[in-house]
Design a protein around this ligand. Structure first.
Ligand code: GLN
Length: 248
């Protein structure tokens, strides 16, 4: 039987707008296929051994929480996180957690917070917040029966910019995304997937959820081929209703 071990990093501090829903979606869609799932919460002061996990999740947090975890994440867990990323571990990072993997965050009032430098990207705070339901398109998800469109919810003041080694997760159809300027949303580097979309990201977008589960199983099991197809009528209904509402 296949098994997936998921690590939720800083669940008590980085968990905005139901970010844990992303973990629940990964767990449920795995369990429905007979894959066994274990979820571990790792926070400030806990030992983080990335070898134990197949998917590592970082949720969103306001500037305040990002500062609270800064010392622990840089000085206790930083090397382990960077090594895991270089060794192709699957990560999902949302909003504040996404920003944290980058080089730094300059808050809207001029404070510069040093971050992990695991991905070549950086974030500059602005006074205007980018808030709302939004839609973006992921080329890597497109197939004969899926147009690759993702629906999500964003709320951030940080504008994120990508360096040359990092690809965007998608192109904005409606909304702000990384910075409201270049039409890009999120980031991909090796097996690290980052998005500004909060907890509804995976529950409303089963194709992306399955993409991450597949990546993790392929990393772990040489014989793993593909996931069993599920009856997604309710997921598709939720997804399509939101697309209609946002894009029209
Ligand atoms: N502090 C960040 C910002 O406002 C992240 C917010 C969030 O995770 N929603 O840009």
């Amino acid at each position: 039987m296949y098994e997936l071990n998921i690590c939720h990093l800083y669940p008590d501090l980085l968990n905005l707008y139901g970010d844990r829903g992303n973990i629940i979606a990964i767990a449920r869609r795995s369990q429905w296929r007979g894959i066994q799932v274990t979820i571990s919460d790792i926070s400030i002061g806990d030992t983080f051994d990335s070898e134990k996990y197949d998917i590592i999740f970082l949720g969103g947090g306001q500037d305040f929480e990002q500062e609270v975890i800064q010392d622990d994440v840089l000085n206790q867990k930083g090397n382990e996180i960077r090594n895991a990323i270089q060794n192709d571990k699957v990560f999902l990072a949302i909003c504040g957690g996404y920003q944290l993997l980058g080089n730094y965050y300059k808050t809207w009032d001029g404070k510069e917070i040093e971050f992990l430098k695991a991905l070549d990207l950086w974030t500059i705070g602005s006074k205007e917040r980018m808030i709302g339901n939004y839609c973006f398109e992921c080329d890597f998800l497109k197939s004969d029966n899926y147009d690759g469109r993702i629906v999500g919810f964003e709320n951030h003041s940080g504008r994120t910019y990508l360096g040359p080694s990092v690809r965007p997760l998608g192109k904005i159809v409606k909304g702000f995304g990384n910075n409201g300027q270049d039409g890009l949303e999120g980031a991909i580097y090796k097996n690290v997937y980052c998005s500004y979309s909060h907890g509804s990201l995976l529950p409303k977008n089963p194709h992306l959820t399955d993409h991450l589960i597949t990546l993790a199983l392929k990393q772990k099991y040489k014989d793993f081929d593909s996931l069993k197809v599920l009856d997604d009528q309710f997921e598709e209904l939720a997804h399509n209703t939101m697309i209609q509402r946002i894009v029209g």
